[in-house]
Design a binder for this molecule. Sequence first.
Ligand code: SF4
Length: 86
Amino acid sequence: MSAPTRPAASRLTQAPTSDDVVVVTIDRTRCTGHGICAALLPGRMQLDEWGYPIFPERNSGRFERVDAARATSYCPTRALSAAYRG
Ligand code: SF4
């Protein structure tokens, strides 16, 4: 089994517009509670009492694309995904 690869750097550096919002979802069957996502997005992702990520009610998983790309690309288990929702 090969190790997961990180997305190309160009995906992380595309300039977002101010209304470039995506919804991040957490695959809880993959998440192992590393907490990297919460460290990358303080105040916008939090950890519950067991160290697993949760979204504050005010954002419900909505993030600017650049922030979502950073969190999803650094998650070591690929538990995070981002998608546009109309
Ligand atoms: S970085 Fe990934 S594995 Fe770690 S807590 Fe966040 S979603 Fe879970």
